[in-house]
Design a protein around this ligand. Structure first.
Ligand SMILES: Nc1ncnc2c1ncn2[C@@H]1O[C@H](COP(=O)(O)OP(=O)(O)OP(=O)(O)O)[C@@H](O)[C@H]1O
Ligand SMILES: [Mg+2]
Length: 264
């Protein structure tokens, strides 16, 4: 007898057109920053939700200046109402528990929590649901791939070769679970020298471009390192909101355009 297919249970979420997963093999490369700004950029021309699937280190509430918000439960439907911020619908474990408490869920509990975030939240009609995944290639990523049809995954990386090793792992994982890879975003790719306006390499330039080319993986864009990107998220007004005409916000807008072309 054939073994059961783990993807049999995949069911679409009513009302959500395209689910996009933002991921990386490595921690701290800017996934949450990218997921947030990309969601805001997509939200300029459509209805967008942002789900913080980083159960262990949620950062969406802080990045969107919504730390003190608590979602309401609709008693008729038993669904949580997402928090609304800058036109985005948001959900995060960070809205439900204190920022400094640790979540110790594993296996089935994690599975249940992810399922509830996807199905027991009143997302309504969305063009895109952007999911900020935790770093790595663990339970949450697999749960997601098994539970819902993810339209595509976006892998974020910094330029160094050490990051590339983890990019390869992330790409391998998405291939195994049959989630289409939309492409790579190189974050903190360079910095503009404030004195002469020239590009400076903050990290040694690795082989991401040649690897992506060899593997036929599109590069969706590059975002420069700019302290204002970090500071704006820290202040709860991400750069796409705070300075939409600046170079970094424009980089996110261009990536959003590419995604709209792929999933109109
Ligand atoms: N382009 C950028 N320019 C300047 N700072 C940045 C940029 N991208 C991210 N940062 C900063 O780098 C740090 C890590 O970013 P972020 O939290 O988005 O990474 P992450 O990959 O989600 O991390 P984790 O693995 O912990 O979830 C933050 O302090 C953020 O403000
Ligand atoms: Mg993060």
């Amino acid at each position: 007898m054939a073994s059961p297919n783990p993807f049999d249970k995949q069911t679409p979420i009513q009302g959500i057109k395209h689910i996009l997963a933002v991921s990386s093999g490595k921690g701290g490369v800017g996934k949450s920053t990218v997921a947030t700004n990309l969601a805001l950029a997509l939200g300029r021309k459509g209805k967008v939700g942002l789900l913080d699937a980083d159960i262990y280190g949620p950062s969406i509430p802080r990045m969107l200046g919504a730390l003190s918000q608590k979602p309401n439960m609709n008693p008729d439907t038993n669904q949580l109402e997402p928090i609304e911020r800058y036109g985005l619908k948001l959900m995060s474990i960070g809205f439900l528990i204190d920022e400094s408490s640790a979540v110790v869920w594993r296996g089935p509990m994690l599975f249940k929590a992810m399922d509830q975030f996807l199905r027991d939240v009143n997302w309504g009609e969305l063009d895109y649901l952007v999911i900020d995944l935790p770093p790595g290639t663990g339970d949450i990523q697999l749960t997601l791939a098994q539970k819902v049809p993810v339209a595509g995954a976006i892998v974020v990386s910094t330029p160094q070769n050490v990051a590339l090793v983890d990019v390869k792992k992330a790409i391998d994982m998405f291939q195994r679970v049959s989630v289409p890879l939309l492409g790579l975003i190189e974050n903190m790719a360079y910095m503009i020298n404030p004195v002469n306006g020239e590009k400076m390499q903050l990290f040694p330039k690795g082989e991401i471009d040649s690897y992506a080319q060899k593997m036929g993986i599109p590069k969706l864009g590059e975002v420069a390192f700019n302290p204002s990107v970090g500071l704006s998220c820290e202040a709860g007004i991400p750069i796409v909101e705070a300075n939409p005409n600046g170079a970094e916000a424009q980089a996110f807008m261009k990536i959003a355009d590419k995604i709209r072309e792929l999933f109109p």
